[in-house]
Design a protein around this ligand. Structure first.
Ligand code: ZN
Length: 341
């Protein structure tokens, strides 16, 4: 056996009992209790819209057992990641709690002084989006979706939630709806007509004269079509997780190229296969295939992040991660998707 492997093995033997002791010393009761309560309380209030062939209607609540399983799983992963990358977890916590607290306090003040409850209601709804399990899917896929949002689909989930809370804090969000696994925040969105940060979607109401957009089968509504476009971006995020922002997000914001076609294809396809809804975009050829991130993308992100972490802790990890993100985004800016990353 080479010396370095023997050394690594010795290190591992020393490290394992320490890790086990730290793992057992975590306040598991509190962590599990917090995650469970968040799923159950928000799950009780969320009224998702259900897509049918002809319209969308209010759906029943998600299954209680699904909420419990998702809560326990996420509590476990949360504790585990806290031991491995504590600073990253603290940044995530700060990024989630601060904007929510801002929106919530402003909402409470607005209600106390002006009897107006829009900011308060929206702030709670956007926060609930973190724990939204849409009904009507299999037991396992509901849990997978809830867990994946917080693990696989990062950092877009944290950024999307924060962006929504901050816009609502400024009074720009008029309405929040839950549909097909995404939290749609409607209102005056700066810089763009629509943005999708994973399952958090922002859409403008600038071009809507009536309160439409609740029914995504209505192809005459600008807002509904916009939501269907952004759903496509959310599907890219569900599929490609940590690569989403760089593979699709940044190229989409900068060049509006192949990423848009890909999003519209995914949305049309998903709604047609799962709900029998007629496609509206069809901007793709019959032979079109989804452009996914390649194995090389995840390999690059993972090896560079681990190397960065080993070299210089959290700053090293974040630096290496951002460098790779830049490379992936640059290579995808062109007219077609990069075949390597
Ligand atoms: Zn787009």
């Amino acid at each position: 056996m080479p010396v370095w492997i023997a050394n690594l093995y010795d290190d591992l033997l020393l490290w394992l009992p320490v890790f086990r002791a730290e793992f057992l010393a975590l306040n598991w009761f509190a962590i599990v209790l917090i995650w469970l309560s968040l799923f159950i309380i928000t799950g009780y209030f969320i009224k998702p819209l259900r897509i049918t062939k002809k319209s969308t209607e209010i759906e029943h609540r998600a299954d209680l057992l699904q909420m419990l399983a998702s809560g326990v799983l996420l509590a476990f992963l949360n504790g585990l990641l806290y031991l491995i990358i504590p600073q990253v977890i603290l940044i995530w916590l700060w990024l989630t709690i601060t904007p929510f607290a801002l929106g919530l306090t402003t909402g409470i003040l607005q209600f106390a002084f002006f009897r107006e409850h829009r900011i308060l209601e929206n702030s709670l709804a956007i926060f609930s989006g973190n724990f939204y399990i849409e009904p009507g899917q299999t037991w396992l896929s509901g849990i997978t979706r809830a867990v994946s949002r917080h693990v696989w689909e990062q950092p877009q989930t944290a950024i999307g939630h924060a962006a929504g809370q901050l816009l609502n804090f400024g009074g720009w969000i008029s309405k929040v709806v839950f549909i097909e696994g995404i939290t749609v925040m409607q209102g005056r969105i700066p810089f763009a007509n629509g943005v999708a940060f994973g399952s958090f979607v922002l859409v403008t109401t600038r071009f809507s004269t009536r309160d439409d957009g609740n029914d995504i089968t209505d192809k005459n509504s600008y807002l509904s079509v916009l939501i269907r476009h952004e759903l496509g971006h959310s599907l890219q995020s569900r599929c490609c997780g940590p690569a989403y922002l760089y593979k699709y997000g940044i190229p989409s914001a900068m060049t509006q190229g192949w990423t848009e076609k890909d999003a519209e294809f995914r949305s049309d396809r998903h709604l047609l296969v799962d709900f029998g809804i007629v496609p509206i975009f069809s901007s793709y050829e019959k032979t079109y295939k989804k452009a996914n991130a390649g194995i090389a993308t995840y390999f690059l992100l993972m090896t560079a992040s681990i190397a960065g972490l080993a070299w210089n802790g959290t700053p090293g990890l974040l630096g290496a991660y951002l460098l790779c993100a830049g490379i992936i985004a640059t290579l995808n800016l062109g007219k077609s998707n990069s075949r390597i990353f």
